[in-house]
Design a protein around this ligand. Structure first.
Ligand code: UDP
Ligand code: MG
Length: 312
């Protein structure tokens, strides 16, 4: 492509062989209706089911496709980051490859962008085919983030959103290893708004976000935008010091009065176990931050790309 396109669509793809063709068809239908130039950055996040070949095959037929083939699986947030790095459009839209984000909504996002908004996120008004567990954890997560971070993360938004070139450029300079892109795009600022949509069911295949990955994303979000877990140790320290001070005084008075209250070993044991638990938890939270600091200090690249496969 010689000149820069107006729009870039980014889709992270991890073993989505049964969705790629439908994704391509539906996105093309929507984007071609705009009558403006666009490109489609497909990031293959180390797929092993033939998605890689499917992407390269599409590229042969259609030069709007920009394939970015990772050398291994780096995870969803890193895949989207690579998409942002490779994008050239004036407006960039991030969309899931499983068609849970209906491509038709892109037109609404574009409309808001044309009205002058730099970040247009899509808010899920309804979620089809999600387990109650996912709905509950998602709700709890958004509430927690609202409370303990400075960023005003809109409820029920995923990564499905449009970002203006300005925002993409700022985010391009934010190279943290543990990434929570939704938070980062809010942190950037500028004019932000949302449009509502009904989240569809996954077209084919299984979710690539098992509980372990969900928790990792949640802890990246919290550690990335809040010191609260670190401060918690201080708050707890003050609380327990206060309580023990009062307890010591109370026990001295009780003993002087001849009371046998709290004489047994059980009380001692429970207190020691409880405080041991609190201390280990606080240490663990510090560990979460230290591990991330260590990752940053190593300064490794965020991802590696197989350029031997690229079709020119
Ligand atoms: N994905 C990815 N790398 C991963 C996991 C997921 O690129 O390690 C992609 C996946 O192919 C999909 C998007 O990220 O396009 C969202 O994943 P998924 O639909 O499994 O998440 P869910 O909608 O269940 O939260
Ligand atoms: Mg999905």
């Amino acid at each position: 492509m010689n000149s820069k396109p107006t729009y870039t669509i980014i889709a992270p793809i991890y073993n989505e062989i049964d969705n790629i063709q439908a994704l391509y068809t539906r996105v093309c239908e929507v984007m071609d209706s705009t009558g403006e130039s666009w490109e489609f950055v497909m990031i293959d996040d180390g797929s092993s089911d033939g998605s890689t070949d499917a992407i390269l095959e599409l590229k042969k037929k259609d030069h709007k496709i920009v394939p970015v083939i990772f050398a291994r699986n780096f995870g969803h947030q890193i895949a989207v980051t690579a998409g942002l790095d490779y994008s050239q459009g004036d407006a960039v839209v991030i969309i899931d490859a499983d068609l849970q984000d209906p491509p038709e909504v892109i037109l609404d996002l574009i409309q808001k962008w044309k009205e002058g908004f730099e970040v247009v996120y899509a808010t899920r008004s309804k979620r089809e085919g999600e387990t109650w567990f996912k709905l509950f954890t998602a709700l709890a997560f958004y509430r927690l983030i609202q409370r303990i971070t400075d960023i005003n993360l809109p409820m029920d938004t995923g990564d499905f959103r449009l970002l203006d070139r300005k925002v993409v450029d700022v985010m391009g300079g934010m190279r943290e290893k543990h990434r929570f892109l939704r938070g980062m795009s809010v942190w950037v600022g500028f004019r932000q708004t949302g449009v509502e949509y009904e989240r569809a069911e996954r077209l084919a295949g299984e979710t690539k976000y098992p509980i372990k990955k969900m928790f990792r994303l949640a802890s990246d979000a919290i550690t990335g935008f809040s010191y609260f877990p670190l401060q918690l140790a201080t708050y707890l320290g003050f609380t327990f010091t206060g309580i023990s001070f009062i307890a010591i005084l109370a026990l001295i008075i009780l003993r002087l009065a001849g009371s046998q209250f709290l004489m047994g070993q059980a009380a001692t044991l429970i207190a020691v176990l409880f405080l041991g638990g609190v201390q280990l938890l606080s240490l663990g939270m510090i560990g979460e931050y230290i591990g991330r600091l260590y990752d940053e200090a190593k300064g490794r690249p965020l991802y590696t790309v197989r350029d031997d496969l690229e079709v020119k």
